[in-house]
Design a protein around this ligand. Structure first.
Ligand SMILES: [Fe+2]
Length: 296
């Protein structure tokens, strides 16, 4: 990595760094360029004792990129965005806190990336606890850059032309087996998206595009497709590519949604766990290996 003003301590060899920075420095924006570099390189960054409120969360997010806005608004690509009030979304499975989306968020228990249905998926998310779970509720992150980089060359060649179909039913059904026909109809109304299995980023780096929404590989026999996606997901989420974050009050975590999968571990719903998040707009479409970035 080029020379940085900001110090960071790796949390595991392949993913995750803790930043040596305080709230005032975060708010100043003076270190934003360095935070972005470390974030993309390390997949997730953690700041302990940040203790940011919603306004500060929004402000810090705006130093790092373009804050996503929108409440229950269907975008041009048919995807409904819900980014909460002024770009701060309250993430909770408690229907009292989150009446519209609590059940949808059950899908967060599975490995996923945010927004694979969107033409340009979100770049990054800032996440801070408002009320933590008593038991459980750790967040796990897996580096899809590192997982790709370690594949044998012949497998990289095999995967390069493949594309996966991402669907809302695939992402939600495994965590919501008691779905009602009405709910299923809502899931089904979401557009499917076909995305390259390997993302050739503008930076030149490549990552796997996986997650629970990846339902099947276009043009492949369903059984082979199922086995391939399962095998790649198990590969990408091995311990050596994963950072497990145990939350403390005041934490601020930021993850690169374009190079990492994430999931929350089960927790006691009575804890009324509530986190506040701010998401940054994506900056590039998922581009296949060998495709011109300008035309995809
Ligand atoms: Fe998510």
């Amino acid at each position: 990595m080029p020379e940085l003003k900001l110090k960071h301590i790796p949390l595991t060899p392949r993913i995750g760094s803790q930043l040596d920075i305080g709230r005032d420095e975060l708010l100043s924006g003076d270190y934003a360029a360095d935070i972005r570099k470390i974030l993309v390189e390390r997949g997730v960054v953690v700041i302990r004792d940040a203790h940011v409120d919603d306004d500060q969360l929004r402000h810090i997010a705006a130093t790092l990129g373009e804050v996503r806005l929108g409440q229950s608004k269907r975008g041009a690509d048919g995807v409904t965005l819900n980014e909460g009030e002024g770009g701060v979304l309250k993430v909770s499975l408690d229907p009292e806190i989150n009446p519209q989306y609590a059940r949808f968020l059950l899908g967060n228990h599975l490995w996923h990336m945010d927004g694979p249905y969107e033409a340009i998926p979100p770049f990054a998310t800032l996440f801070t606890p408002y009320r933590m779970a008593n038991v459980g509720g750790d967040t796990l992150f897996a580096s899809t850059y590192a997982a790709y980089e370690d594949l044998p060359e012949e497998e990289k060649d095999f995967l390069a032309p493949l594309r996966a179909v991402h669907t809302m039913p695939a992402s939600l059904f495994p965590s919501m087996r008691n779905v009602t026909p009405e709910e299923f109809a809502v899931w089904h109304s979401y557009p499917q998206a076909v995305r390259p299995l390997v993302w050739h980023h503008k930076s030149g780096r490549k990552s796997l595009v996986l997650g629970s929404a990846a339902a099947w590989i276009e043009g492949m026999h369903p059984a082979e497709s199922h086995d391939l996606l399962q095998r790649l997901t198990l590969h990408a989420t091995q311990d050596k590519y994963v950072y497990r974050h145990k939350w403390q009050a005041g934490d601020l975590a930021i993850w690169d949604n374009t190079g990492a999968l994430h999931r929350v571990m089960p927790y006691d719903l009575a804890s009324k766990r509530e986190y506040h998040r701010c998401t940054l707009n994506g900056e590039e479409p998922i581009t296949a290996v060998g495709r011109d970035h300008a035309v995809n």
